[in-house]
Design a protein around this ligand. Structure first.
Ligand code: MN
Ligand code: MN
Length: 460
């Protein structure tokens, strides 16, 4: 290669080419902890529990709003069991801002309706209402597990998990046999698969001595014996069907990870482990694992809740700072996934600006749809700052857009952070088959995300 070319031309390279064998070996090792996290945390509530375990093991302790704090404190705020804020008070003046990463821990799935259970033609079934953006056909004819909580009138919370233990039964949504699918095959996908047909089969044996709805009664008896609940308790429950499959190495070379809910646990896990490992950062650091991103970030546990500004205000007050100044000088990485260029679907990607598999963590300056609608569009100054941060740390990274202009689009929590006058940019892991029940990521991309977040917490 000529000097002119090597000096002037930007070339995207893989982690394998740029970072070398040692980093790749570390990435494979790091993936093991991530895969355990993925299997243990299939819902936001479970992710909060796993997050607290990691945080407490690293010396973090619960924070209550209004409690005093001092430099060196490592605290976490558990928001209703579905959203968690970890923060560590640095030695630097709080007015210089907080280094924040924000990842979401909810994933697309099938929630149960409030009155879910019924019987039809000898089958006990549960009605569902899908959560987030799914392609409905992907949820048919595949083993599903039931996760969530039932909250009794007394306030007692009962944790439910069925379908994860090897000895557990799994649940299942039936699909149409191809022999009888001629008419369905003629329909567009959006019409062929109907939400109200996503009814989950949970049993088929009638209860002895019952005439009407004997199979439904059998299901209720099972739930009563296992969890001490009655049908009305399901009215105050949050129960979800998630894939029963566990995370596995994918590929002859084991370079990929298949699993449910990479979006966005493949950013949540690097965020929280980086936060814990960046223990010497002089800045105050924060890691937010947030709920409800897949439905628009609304609600008390979503990123649009005022809790973010409440907590920043509490930190500013406790550390003698000015809240507005703290926000103005803070920086946030919205750590969410992006799409990896897929050679099976080249028509929707613009290859030069798509994230490529194995080319490291992906930075999206903007998200949104059409003419960048609905994006916070990070400043070029922030992009340059992050670029310097990542390059000085030797992190392998790439810029990316989700897909071709006008083909579609998507959003993240970035704009909700940016709307609080916090400089924010998206930085995360690329995913293949995003939002499918079983998604794919690259181990080296995952590890570069971790390295990027550590660099971000520690930089300047
Ligand atoms: Mn996401
Ligand atoms: Mn998503």
């Amino acid at each position: 290669m000529s000097d002119i070319k090597s000096n002037l031309v930007y070339e995207k390279k893989t982690v394998y080419e740029k970072a070398g064998k040692e980093v790749v070996a570390k990435a494979y090792e790091y993936a093991k902890g991530y895969m355990q996290f993925l299997d243990a945390a299939k819902t936001e509530r479970e992710a909060v529990c796993e997050g607290i375990k990691l945080a407490e093991a690293a010396g973090y302790r619960p924070y209550t709003i209004g409690a005093p704090m001092k430099a060196g404190d490592k605290l976490y705020y558990n928001n209703r069991g579905k959203n968690i804020y970890l923060f560590r008070i640095g030695t630097e003046d709080i007015n210089n801002g907080i280094r924040i990463t924000a990842a979401h821990i909810d994933s697309p799935r099938l929630d149960l309706k409030q009155v879910p259970l019924y019987e039809d033609n000898g089958m006990a079934l549960l009605k569902t209402h899908y959560y987030g953006g799914i392609r409905k056909y992907q949820w048919l004819a595949t083993p599903l597990a039931l996760h969530g909580v039932v909250v009794k009138q007394s306030g007692e919370v009962i944790d439910v998990v069925i379908g994860e233990d090897e000895t557990d039964p799994v649940l299942y949504i039936t699909d149409l046999l191809p022999h009888l699918a001629a008419a369905e095959n003629e329909k567009p996908v959006a019409k062929a698969f109907v939400a109200e047909k996503l009814n989950v089969l949970v049993g088929s044996m009638p209860l002895d001595g019952e005439e009407k709805d004997a199979v439904k009664l059998g299901a209720l008896k099972f739930l009563n014996e296992k969890y001490d609940i009655v049908e009305e308790d399901l009215l105050s429950a949050e129960l979800s069907l998630v894939p029963a499959a566990r995370a596995r190495d994918v590929g002859f070379d084991r370079s990929l990870i298949g699993g449910y809910g990479h979006d966005d646990r493949c950013c949540a896990y690097p965020s929280i482990t980086a936060m814990i490992d960046a223990n010497e950062a002089k800045h105050t650091t924060m890691c937010i694992l947030v709920d409800k991103e897949e439905t628009g970030s609304d609600g008390v546990t979503g990123m649009q809740s005022s809790l973010i500004t409440d907590i920043i205000a509490e930190i500013a007050k406790a550390m003698g700072g000015n809240e507005a100044l703290v926000r103005a000088n803070s920086k946030c990485l919205s750590s969410d996934v992006t799409a990896i260029f897929d050679p099976n679907f080249t028509d929707v990607f613009e290859q030069r600006n798509a994230a490529l598999l194995g080319c490291g963590v992906g930075m999206c300056k903007f998200t949104g749809a059409r003419g960048k609608s609905g994006t916070s569009d990070a400043t070029a100054e922030l992009v340059a700052w992050v670029r310097r941060c990542l390059n000085e740390a030797g992190v392998v990274w790439q810029t990316c857009e989700l897909g071709k202009v006008d083909v579609g689009g998507g959003g993240t929590v970035a704009k909700y952070m940016a709307n609080h006058n916090i400089d924010t940019i998206d930085l995360g892991v690329g995913v293949l088959s995003m939002h499918a029940p079983y998604e794919l990521i690259s181990k080296v991309d995952l590890y570069e995300a971790y390295r990027a977040f550590v660099a971000f917490y520690n930089f300047e």
